[in-house]
Design a protein around this ligand. Structure first.
Ligand code: AGP
Length: 612
C-alpha cells in the first residue's frame, strides 16, 4: 500500500509534494521519490522515510510547477533507491507513480522486452510506464489516450498519476481498486491517495471511481472519462476535514493522541443517532433498509485485523441482544473458500480505511451472490463505502497511527447501536433493558475519560513488563475479542509476541506456557463470569505467572490476587469492551515507547493494506 501525491498549477510543486508525502507516510514508508518538470524532467528517489528524501533533495534543483510524488510500501522489488517511485519510461519522457499491483506485469514485460524495451528495476510499475510509452509512440497519441489503452491491458489494482515531459501542463490519473482523490483549485489541481495532503489547499474534491481516468490541465479544467472512453460527470464533494485533525496536537505520537480522542470520537459516533430519554435510535443507512437487515436469516461480518475483532464483539452483541445468527469471517479467507451466501443474508464489512483489499474483495463476492451489503467505515468516500448498498460512517476522523484505536471503539460503538436497534425493533429484549443499555451508552464517553486517568499507573506497569518476550491476554464473553485486540496492539507496535485467548481455553494448551516470565493480562470486568475468572487467575498464579488484571472499580477479590490491578468504571456487560480495551491500548503504547519502537509506523506494517 503506498501514498501518491501530485500537483500541476502556478505554484512550485516540490513543497506541496514533500509536505503531502509526509501526510501520507502512514500508508507506506520504505522509500520515497518525486519527479519535477521544469522544461527538463528531474527524478529524485531514496530508500527510507520521506525525511531521507527531503535531505537528499535539499541541495538539488527543485524548480517545477508540475510534479508527482510517492511514498512506498514494497510489493514487487525490495525497498531500495532504484525500485522507489516515480518510474520513468525508457525514452525519458514519461514519469509515473503507482499504488497497487499489476498482476500480469510478467507477460507485459516479456512482450515489451521483445519490442526492445530495457528494464532497470524489479517493479511492476516500470512495466506500466513503458507500456504507456510503447502505445504513445506507436500511434503518436496524447498521454491520456495512451494511458487508457494501456490500462485496458492491465489486470490488477492501480492508482496512478503520469506526467509527460512534452506536455507539461497536464497530469493524467487513473484508479482501479486503489484510492485516488482529485483536488480542484483555482487553475491548479492536486491528486493524492486520500484527502489529507489536499485539504490545506482546497476543499473541493472528486473521488475517482474504479476504471476512471482523470485529465487535469494547468490554468484550464479537468475531465474524467471511464476506460471505455465515455465522459463522466463526477460529483464534486466539499471536504470537512480540519487541518488540526491531521496534526499531533502536542502528543508525542498520533497513536497517543488518538487514544485520548476516544471520549470525543465515541460521542461523535453516537451524535444524532440515539436519544436515551426518548428511547430512539436513528441510523441513516440502516433505517432505509431496516427490514432487510432485521429479517436477515444470517448476518456475516467480513473484516481484517482490529476490524475483525470489532466484528467478533458485534457477534456477541447481535446474538445476545437481537437474536439474529451471526458469523464473523476473516475477509482474506472468506473470499477464497467458496462461501455459501444467500440472498437473505446480510454481509457487513467493517473497515477503518475502507480500502483493505481483502475486505473489498469479500464484499464484491457477497454483492455478486445477491446478499445485501452494508459498510461500517471511517474513511468517507472510500472504496468500500461506495461499493456497499448502504452504510454508516463512524466519524472518528483521520486515524493516522497504524495501530487502530479510536476507529476500533468507533466501530464497536456503531455496532452496539445497530445491535440495540435490531434488538428493540425485533422485540428481542425488554424495553426496560433496552432503555438501560441506551442510557448507559450515553455515559460511556465520560467513563472512557475516567479510564484514561489510569495512564500513570499503566505506564508503571509497562515499565515492569517491557522487556518480556511473550504475553498472554485472557478474557471471557464480550471481553474475549478484547483480549485478542489487546494482544494485537502489543505485538504490532512493540514486537513482543502476544496471544489472546478465551480465559477458559487456557487449560487446553496455553497454560503450558505460563511461568514467572509470562505476563498474563486478564480482563475481568464481566460480572457474569467473575467467579470463573477468579479460578483462571488462581491457575495462573499457581504457575508463578505475572497477572495484570483489569477489574471494575472497588474490586476486592481479584485485586488481592493479581500482581497489578487497573480499575475501570463498571458498566453494562455488553458495553464493557468500550472501556476494557482502553488500558490495553495505553499499555501497548507505553511498552512500545519504552522499547524505542516507532509507534505510529511500526516495522513491516502499513495503515491500510490495499494489496493482497
Ligand atoms: C490494527 O491495529 C491494524 N492496523 C490492522 O489490523 C487493521 O485493523 C487491518 O489492516 C484492517 O484495516 P481496515 O480497518 O482499514 O480495513
Amino acid at each position: 500500500m503506498c501514498g501518491i501525491v501530485a500537483y500541476v498549477g502556478q505554484k512550485e510543486a516540490y513543497e506541496i509534494l514533500i509536505n503531502g508525502l509526509k501526510r501520507l507516510e502512514y500508508r507506506g514508508y520504505d522509500s520515497a521519490g518525486v519527479a519535477l518538470l521544469n522544461g527538463s524532467l528531474r527524478v529524485y528517489k531514496k530508500k527510507g522515510k520521506v525525511k531521507e528524501l527531503e535531505d537528499f533533495v535539499n541541495t538539488k534543483e527543485k524548480k517545477g510547477k508540475t510534479g508527482i510524488g510517492h511514498t512506498r510500501w514494497a510489493t514487487h522489488g525490495e525497498p531500495n533507491d532504484i525500485n522507489a517511485h516515480p518510474h520513468t519510461s525508457g525514452n525519458g519522457r514519461l514519469s509515473l507513480v503507482h499504488n497497487g499491483i499489476i498482476e500480469n506485469y510478467g507477460l507485459l514485460k516479456e512482450t515489451l522486452q521483445r519490442e526492445g524495451h530495457v528494464f532497470h528495476t524489479d517493479t511492476d510499475t516500470e512495466v506500466l510506464v513503458n507500456l504507456i510509452q510503447e502505445i504513445q509512440d506507436r500511434d503518436n497519441l496524447p498521454l491520456e489516450e495512451a494511458v487508457r489503452l494501456a490500462l485496458k491491458r492491465v489486470d490488477g489494482a492501480y492508482a496512478i498519476v503520469v506526467l509527460d515531459r512534452e506536455d507539461p501542463d497536464k497530469l493524467v490519473a487513473a484508479r482501479k481498486a486503489s484510492p485516488l482523490v482529485v483536488g480542484i483549485g483555482e487553475g491548479e489541481f492536486f491528486l493524492a491517495s486520500d484527502a489529507t495532503p489536499i485539504v490545506e489547499h482546497t476543499r473541493k474534491v472528486v473521488y475517482l471511481n474504479d476504471e476512471e481516468i482523470a485529465v487535469v490541465t494547468r490554468g484550464e479544467g479537468f475531465q474524467i472519462k471511464n476506460i471505455g472512453n465515455e465522459v463522466q460527470n463526477p460529483a464534486i464533494h466539499e471536504l470537512d476535514l480540519q487541518i488540526n485533525m491531521l496534526e499531533k496536537g502536542g502528543f508525542d505520537y498520533f497513536m497517543l493522541k488518538e487514544i485520548h480522542e476516544q471520549p470525543k470520537t465515541i460521542a461523535d459516533c453516537m451524535r444524532g443517532r440515539f436519544n436515551a430519554e426518548e428511547g430512539w435510535i436513528k441510523l441513516g443507512g440502516i433505517n432505509e433498509y431496516f427490514n432487510r437487515i432485521s429479517k436477515a436469516k444470517r448476518i456475516i461480518f467480513v473484516a481484517c485485523g482490529t476490524s475483525w475483532h470489532a466484528g467478533l464483539i458485534a457477534e456477541y452483541l447481535i446474538e445476545d441482544l437481537a437474536r439474529i445468527p451471526v458469523e464473523v469471517e476473516y475477509a482474506s479467507e472468506f473470499r477464497y473458500r467458496n462461501p455459501i451466501i444467500n440472498e437473505d443474508d446480510v454481509v457487513i464489512a467493517i473497515s477503518q480505511s475502507g480500502e483493505t483489499a481483502d475486505t473489498l474483495a469479500a464484499l464484491e463476492i457477497a454483492k455478486q451472490k445477491g446478499a445485501f451489503i452494508y459498510g461500517v467505515v471511517n474513511s468517507v468516500g472510500s472504496s468500500i463505502a461506495r461499493l456497499t448498498d448502504a452504510g454508516s460512517y463512524i466519524h472518528a476522523g483521520p486515524e493516522i497511527g497504524v495501530a487502530s484505536t479510536k476507529a476500533f471503539t468507533g466501530q464497536v460503538t456503531l455496532l452496539t447501536l445497530i445491535a440495540l436497534h435490531l434488538s428493540f425493533k425485533r422485540g428481542a429484549i425488554s424495553k426496560s433493558y433496552y432503555r438501560r443499555l441506551l442510557s448507559e451508552l450515553g455515559n460511556i464517553p465520560a467513563k472512557v475519560e475516567t479510564v484514561l486517568q489510569n495512564n500513570t499507573k499503566i505506564e508503571y506497569i509497562a515499565s515492569e513488563i517491557k522487556d518480556k518476550t511473550n504475553a498472554l491476554y485472557l478474557g471471557r464473553g464480550y471481553n474475549f475479542p478484547v483480549a485478542l485486540e489487546g494482544a494485537l496492539k502489543l505485538k504490532e507496535i512493540s514486537y513482543i509476541h502476544a496471544e489472546g485467548y478465551p480465559a477458559a481455553e487456557m487449560k487446553h494448551g496455553p497454560i503450558a506456557l505460563i511461568d514467572e516470565q509470562m505476563p498474563v493480562i486478564v480482563i475481568a470486568t464481566n460480572q457474569s463470569a467473575y467467579g470463573k475468572i477468579v479460578s483462571n487467575i488462581q491457575e495462573v498464579k499457581a504457575r508463578k505467572g505475572v497477572v495484570i488484571a483489569i477489574v471494575p472499580e472497588g474490586d476486592t477479590e481479584i485485586s488481592q490476587m493479581a500482581d497489578y490491578t487497573i480499575e475501570i468504571p463498571e458498566t453494562e456487560e455488553p458495553l464493557s469492551p468500550l472501556l476494557s480495551v482502553i488500558p490495553l491500548q495505553l499499555l501497548s503504547y507505553h511498552i512500545a515507547v519504552m522499547r524505542g519502537c516507532n509507534v505510529d509506523q511500526p516495522r513491516n506494517l502499513a495503515k491500510s493494506v490495499t494489496v493482497e
